[in-house]
Every structure is written in structure tokens, then in C-alpha cells.
Ligand binder design. Structure first.
Ligand SMILES: O=C(O)[C@H](O)COP(=O)(O)O
Length: 249
């Protein structure tokens, strides 16, 4: 039986401000740091040790991973970072407040942008400051790889090949893998792992900094999935993600 642990980063500054974030490299809030440390403590109770970790090139995920590893005295293990695990690129929505955007475009349209399978957000153009190649870390992306605003489907198209080429071989070698990423890059992964339909994926909201434990069979099909922590705490955090205008301090 194979094991993999997924964790979304702790609360970021733009989660708190209820702004579309995507590839914007915002930091964790103090609450996000505390959440990350708590995730580390929750992982102390599982009956195995993480061997290798994967994360994005965005600091909210990298820092969350570091806090988790620090609590577990595992800062020494191999860490692989890739833009392919980044949050979904939210295009021209990045920076906008989600509630104000709902007032302007309608709640239904914003829900389509946030949760539908294949509706992309408003796109950026190459002259936009947010155009990825303007950032050194995305200098090597091919023209085809450069996102201008991704749907979940587009996000799956870059997360899945990375999962298959880089992460699966480690899992199959018996390594216990930790992936610390983002709400939508994890939704992408979970959709594929659990074979969630395009209709049902709309309802999947990933709570911040809650370790999600999977046990997988030989074909990497999930035998079970378990959110660590009390069910009440997990549900409260899922509700905040589903309805971010209700963020509680
Ligand atoms: O990029 C963002 O704004 C968030 O991290 C994920 O946002 P969502 O829950 O609106 O998809």
C-alpha cells in the first residue's frame, strides 16, 4: 500500500483580504504560520515518516512546507520545487477582491470562474505586469506553457504530467511523499486521483493547512482519504474556502 500526504498552504495575505491570488507570490499571515505549525504537529501522530517533499515556487507553499518539516525535524529531507505545482493562474482576476468581483459580474459568474472545470478566468496579455515570463522563475517556460489565465482543466494539464513523471516514481519506490501546494493545484490532483466528475469537482473545497492522507493501491487508486484533525475544525475551514467573504480572524 502506497502513502501520500497533500497539504494546502496556510492562510495567505490575500486569502485574508479575499483577493484572487493565483501566481501572485504573497506571504503567509501570522494565522497562516500558526496553521502550518499545527499541520506539522498533526503529522507527528501518523505512523510513518515523510521521505521526500514537493512544493510549488510560491512562498506561501514553500514556507508552509518548511514549518511542517521543522516541527517534524525533517528539514533535511529532499525537497523538489516546481511551477507545475503552482496555484491555478487566475489571469486578469489576480488581485481583485472576490466579493467586489461578484457584485460586478454576478455571483454565478464568479462561481463559474472559481469552481467550474473548464471555464477560464479573464485572460491577461503579454504586456501585463503579471505576464509570467517577466518573472525570472518563469523564464524557461515555453510559449505553450505560459499561462494567461487557467481553468481547472488547464491546471490539470500541467499538474498531471509532473505528478506522473516526478512524484509517482517516488511513490512506487516506496517513498512516503508529502506535497504542499494550493487550493486548485490540489483540486486538480484530487480530481484525477479520485476520478471525480466534472460536475462533482465544483463542490470540492480544500481547507488551508489540513493534511490530507491517502492510502493508494498498486494502481495508485485511493483505498481511503483522511483529513487530519477534528471533523468540526476541518469543516469550519472548508466552509471558509467555499465562502471566503466569511473569513473569521
Ligand atoms: O488563488 C486564489 O485566489 C486562492 O488561492 C484559491 O482561490 P479559490 O478558492 O477562489 O479558487
Amino acid at each position: 500500500m502506497y502513502k501520500v500526504v497533500l497539504v494546502r498552504h496556510g492562510e495567505s495575505e490575500w486569502n485574508r483580504e479575499n483577493r484572487f491570488t493565483g501566481w501572485t507570490d504573497v506571504d503567509l499571515t501570522d494565522k497562516g504560520v500558526q496553521e502550518a505549525i499545527k499541520a506539522g504537529h498533526l503529522l507527528q501522530d501518523i505512523p510513518y515518516e515523510i521521505d521526500i517533499a514537493y512544493t510549488s515556487v510560491l512562498k506561501r507553499a514553500i514556507k508552509t512546507l518548511n514549518y511542517i518539516l521543522d516541527v517534524n525535524d525533517l528539514l533535511w529531507i529532499p525537497i523538489r520545487k516546481s511551477w507545475k505545482l503552482n496555484e491555478r493562474h487566475y489571469g486578469a482576476l489576480q488581485g481583485l477582491n472576490k466579493e467586489e468581483t461578484a457584485k460586478k459580474y454576478g455571483a454565478e459568474q464568479v462561481m463559474l470562474w472559481r469552481r467550474s472545470y473548464d471555464v477560464p478566468p479573464l485572460q491577461i496579455t503579454a504586456d501585463d505586469d503579471r505576464y509570467p515570463p517577466k518573472d525570472k522563475r518563469y523564464g524557461n517556460l515555453t510559449k505553450q506553457e505560459i499561462p494567461l489565465g487557467e481553468s481547472l482543466k488547464d491546471t490539470i494539464a500541467r499538474v498531471l504530467p509532473y505528478w506522473e513523471a516526478e512524484i509517482v516514481p517516488q511513490i512506487k519506490a516506496g517513498k512516503k511523499v508529502l506535497v504542499v501546494a494550493h487550493g486548485n493545484s490540489l483540486r486538480a490532483l484530487m480530481k484525477v486521483l479520485e476520478n471525480i466528475s466534472e460536475e462533482d469537482i465544483v463542490d470540492l473545497n480544500i481547507p488551508t493547512a489540513v493534511p490530507i492522507l491517502y492510502e493508494l493501491d498498486d494502481d495508485l487508486k485511493p483505498l481511503n482519504r483522511h483529513f487530519l484533525g477534528s471533523p468540526e475544525r476541518v469543516q469550519e475551514k472548508i466552509d471558509v474556502v467555499a465562502n471566503p467573504s466569511k473569513i473569521m480572524e
